[in-house]
Design a protein around this ligand. Structure first.
Ligand SMILES: NC(=O)c1ccc[n+]([C@@H]2O[C@H](COP(=O)([O-])OP(=O)(O)OC[C@H]3O[C@@H](n4cnc5c(N)ncnc54)[C@H](OP(=O)(O)O)[C@@H]3O)[C@@H](O)[C@H]2O)c1
Length: 286
């Protein structure tokens, strides 16, 4: 059981809110950080008082029960505000790059590079020795990406001349089709998101030719180990966590509007009053 002090806002949380899949009254949210107020009954997991970060359902709450496999301890020196930016966006970036078969000297295109997943994907790919091409919506949206590892920053795919070996795509639509057309044989497009909300129309025979793949992507299973990798990288300063918006959770609407309006670079972080919660006292029937 975690007393939540910070939550982060993902594009996917906004999708959940309007999806109709989440029952009315259910608690939304995916990224939570805070302090353990009750340890797991089976003795696994961190002790009371440990600072943790997690990918969980119902993260927009003051207190949340979290599976031990879904969390990581926050290393000393890493702010909870920064740690909470990592779960969904960082794990999606890490795993999609892994699935794309990342290696040194690969040319990797990251679309939606100004956003949560994108900024982490740019950095993690650069760290792995790739030549990273970051695609953004405008020059202003590309600010800071060269400093964190992008070898090229493009508006859309304008100026992309040579094929790429991997694409981490958050945008979908016509840009996904254009990226597919620039994919080298044996290359892979990881379809992580679809922020454009536009259809992708392939010209006849666009998918006929030397083998290359378009792979759907979703975060599945325990994320604790990957989250531990990401928090360690962030704590040692090897992974920069850019927070484009931070404020108390009663300004949620403002944060959601800014995210939807493409005005946030990196992540939006919501602060929640912490230190108020106590572990529930078990009733005799429990
Ligand atoms: N499959 C999974 O497990 C998984 C995990 C995490 C995220 N996702 C998905 O991945 C996508 C990115 O998530 P995120 O949290 O990184 O989102 P984000 O922080 O909002 O970033 C998305 C980026 O997409 C770009 N974009 C292009 N066209 C857009 C449009 N019409 N409206 C809004 N943004 C547009 C924006 O960059 P510019 O303004 O520079 O164009 C923006 O920075 C979302 O679709 C999300 O649902 C999926």
């Amino acid at each position: 059981m975690v007393d939540v002090s910070h939550a982060s806002l993902n594009y996917g949380d906004l999708n959940d809110a309007r999806s109709g899949r989440v029952p009315v009254g259910a608690v939304l949210g995916s990224d939570a950080a805070g302090v353990v107020i009750q340890a797991a009954a089976d003795g696994t997991g961190p002790a009371v008082g440990t600072q943790v970060v997690a990918l969980t359902t119902g993260a927009f709450a003051e207190c949340v029960a979290i599976d031990v496999g879904a969390l990581a301890e926050v290393p000393k020196g890493l702010d909870l505000a920064k740690a909470v930016a990592l779960p969904v966006a960082g794990v999606a970036a890490l795993r999609s790059l892994r699935a794309a078969g990342l290696g040194p000297d690969k040319r990797v295109l990251v679309t939606g590079a100004s956003g949560g997943v994108g900024r982490f994907a740019v950095q993690l790919a650069a760290r792995a020795g790739a030549h990273v091409i970051a695609s953004v919506g405008s020059a202003a949206r590309g600010e800071g990406l060269a400093e964190v590892g992008a070898a090229e920053v493009l508006i859309g795919l304008e100026g992309l001349q040579r094929p790429v070996d991997a694409v981490i795509d958050s945008v979908g639509g016509p840009q996904l089709v254009a990226a597919w057309n620039m994919l080298a044989p044996r290359g892979s497009v990881q379809s992580v998101g679809w922020t454009s909300r536009e259809p992708a129309v392939f010209q006849p025979y666009a998918t006929v030719g030397p083998a290359k793949s378009l792979t759907s992507f979703v975060i599945e299973g325990d994320v604790g180990a990957d989250l531990a990798v990401l928090t360690e990288l962030a704590a040692e300063g090897s992974l920069t966590v850019e927070i484009g918006w931070q404020g108390y959770w009663d300004r949620f609407e403002e944060a959601a509007e800014a995210l939807r309006g493409r005005r946030i670079s990196g992540k939006a972080v919501l602060e929640v009053a912490s230190g108020q919660m106590q572990a529930p006292v078990p009733s005799p029937q429990d």
